[in-house]
Design a binder for this molecule. Sequence first.
Ligand code: NDP
Length: 352
Amino acid sequence: MAFSPNLAIRRLYSDVSKKVRSQKYVLTKYFQGEPKKSDFKIVEEELPELKDGEILTEAEYLSVDPYMRAYMIAYKLPTDMIGGQVAKVIESKNKNIPVGTYVCGSFGWRTHTITSGQVNNTFDLPITVLPDLSPYPVSLALGLLGMPGNTAYFGLKEICQPKQGETIVITGAAGAVGSHVGQIGKILGCRVVGFAGTDAKCEYLEKELGFDRAFNYKTCNIRAALKDGAPNRVDCYFDNVGGEISSTIMSYMNKYGRIAVCGSISSYNDTTPPKVTIVQPAIVFKELKMEGFVVNRWTDRWQEGIDMNLKWLKEGKLKYHEKVYHGFDNMVDALVGILRGENTGKAVVKVK
Ligand code: NDP
């Protein structure tokens, strides 16, 4: 249930009566290459008493996502670090959201939040009040049942529009979005081929998630892998990484193929953008359709994606894996970890 399309995090307070103290990460230097702890400072602030309609939340799981590496350049420094979190309501002056409820919101890298439901940023997604997810962990609201899950659901269905029997290729295939895209592809009756960065990830994709084939892009010949894994060539390409591998895959597509450009993580840490093989000849002669998207496009259908993914999860058609980091102090290590490929599935940080 969405409780409001708008979100505001009230940042600085002076009331000393409650003495709830929040910690937050403030970015003080733009990233150069990999993010570093010294790019941030952790700041403590005291929160005031709640006003009518507000809730006070305590973070349980914070999300680390590749967009955090890519987006911070758009902010004027110093700035509070952005990001989603699952938090428990520990005080409430909102009769619809009692104490003990779990919410998911774009509160940033902080331990405690007071929210009144106003948007302060176009990247923010609606706050959602979580239903009882047991026996599943509430952290799924940051992954399969949240932003990455909706990225997979809407990105594949709306942009690629796969038909039964078609072949879908996915890069970044063992990550939060990619592993989910492949499973939806199988639900829709497609042949699914993934590229991921270790043999263990590829084995997981084939043996656990039911991908037809998975290849280690660090050790294989991409063209040979495509010939082997996609004998009928490629109808849909879900691009999470960009770079040369994407040019190669696009040159191996069928006429009228569709490409969903979701991200380009292969270059997020680069200081100069890579030069890759031209893609226009393949796009013209195969009459391909290539479309970028940001998942916020479907904010008005947000619950549809979550409901469908939850249904598939309960039916045993979707599986998930989480890489759980521990401790608020380890946020930067976790962010660097996903950029280095430490995670299979969704990476989250358990705050305590
Ligand atoms: P992941 O869980 O996939 O984590 C990142 C993964 O990227 C790593 O595990 C690593 O896996 C892979 N990776 C890192 N460096 C490279 C590289 N040089 N080349 C290829 N793969 C690399 O993250 P998400 O699933 O959350 O995100 C996947 C993509 O989707 C990202 O590009 C992200 O920005 C984008 N995204 C876009 C959204 C949108 O609205 N458009 C929303 C959400 C995500 P490996 O071991 O396989 O290298």
